[in-house]
Ligand binder design. Sequence first.
Ligand code: NAD
Length: 477
Amino acid sequence: MEKYQNFVDGAFVDADSAILVDVVNPATCAVIAQVPESSAEDVCFAVRAAKDAFPAWSRLSHSQRAVYLRRIATKIRERVTMLAEVISREQGKVLPLATHEVNLAANYLDYVAEWALRIEGEIVSSEVPGEMILLQRKPIGVVGAILPWNFPFFLIARKVAPAILTGNTVVVKSSEETPINAALFARILAEVELPRGVVNIISGRGGTTGSALSSHRDVGLISFTGSVSTGMSIMAAAAHNLTRVNLELGGKAPAIVMNDADLDVAVKAIHESRIANTGQLCNCPERIYVQRGVLDAFNDRIAKVMAGTTYGDPFGKTEVMMGPLINEAALRKIDGLVSEAKAGGAEALVGGRICRSQPGYHYEPTVLINCNSEMDIMRREIFGPVLPIQAVDDLDEAISLANASDYGLTSSIFTRDLASAMHAARELQFGETFINRNNFEAIQGFHAGRKKSGIGGTDGKHGLYAYTETHIVYMQA
Ligand code: NAD
């Protein structure tokens, strides 16, 4: 059994705690590795290393720090296949998507490195003659980065790159479901000779390692991606020290299909977005509102493509379009939501059941029609390959239903009418809206949730500045 260690202060070390966490391949249910369950002492050790590394690291120029980001990107590209295979095994992603994830992580590091000469402060005018008022952007200190399992390798880059470019040091806690790729990222850090303590990577469960990190008094910012309920716990823990939080949480993305939509585009985009990573993406369409004029045609076409979605153990099988869910709990949650919807009058045009005919946590690609907004399946995050569909009379009804949600991350609309698209873009209460395309955000955009989908955001200039704080200097000679 392969065992991994923590990476703290530039060295691979055993955790103080002797407890180990099993890593399971969700396609086979086999235990494939073990990682340490880091204790509060292990967290303190890592935070201390990051704190000690901060003064020297923060004094380097952005360009000097960017050199390391580029080196890490290069090392990632030298082993894309190996990393993608690891991600596919521990998370269940199909290999092309895992490969995309690894490349995206490298691209993200390079993209953030390009910001080195673009970070700007401000000169503010003063009412005092000759006085200069300078607003600088400075690093915050130690960043605690807590990762989910669904895009685990990319999320390391998404958090570490902006944090260290801007001069912070970091303690990363990997997800207990997918810690191996993070341990391999640590090996790359060792190879590029990143100064010790600048990035530390530890493993463990949320209740122990994660809560110790989010309540640590020397952490200046918790950058978290995960569920709403964990985000709330983290915010409560961080409140004791008034630690800043940046929370990227769950979603319940509506997709609106209007009578004048190009159905080829709508069906392809909704299908692709929903089966990607087996529906386990924060921004993939989770509830579809279809205008009655195209309801039958849309249902018919989406049912056909969902029925044609091949699934199973993705490893080494190029014909498999969709892997397993992450674990048995996810399988049961989704099955419960589907069963409740069916009991309430929804009809499964395709799928609707757990697949037990092969090993692993597989759920049938599912299309549910006749859904209504009282059903949990239209209100709670599904995080699986299930498309619930509700009929609407017009755009205003669709927008009103879309907005009647605790979530506010992603939304989309399919229409050929410019006025409808503009109206939706104005009225939808979401951090992002995709018009006539699939739901994948760009690294130069700004991925941010409203309402319970989060606080703050990530990517682009605004995401980079989330890792800085201001220092204003009033200067008189
Ligand atoms: P999760 O909240 O269960 O776990 C995320 C991380 O938090 C894990 O590392 C876990 O160990 C840790 N954790 C759990 N309890 C904790 C606690 N009390 N204190 C500190 N840390 C704790 O989420 P998940 O199941 O890994 O990920 C799926 C969720 O993430 C979905 O809701 C999805 O929508 C969301 N997500 C959001 C985005 C986004 O950008 N908004 C991106 C990816 C995933």
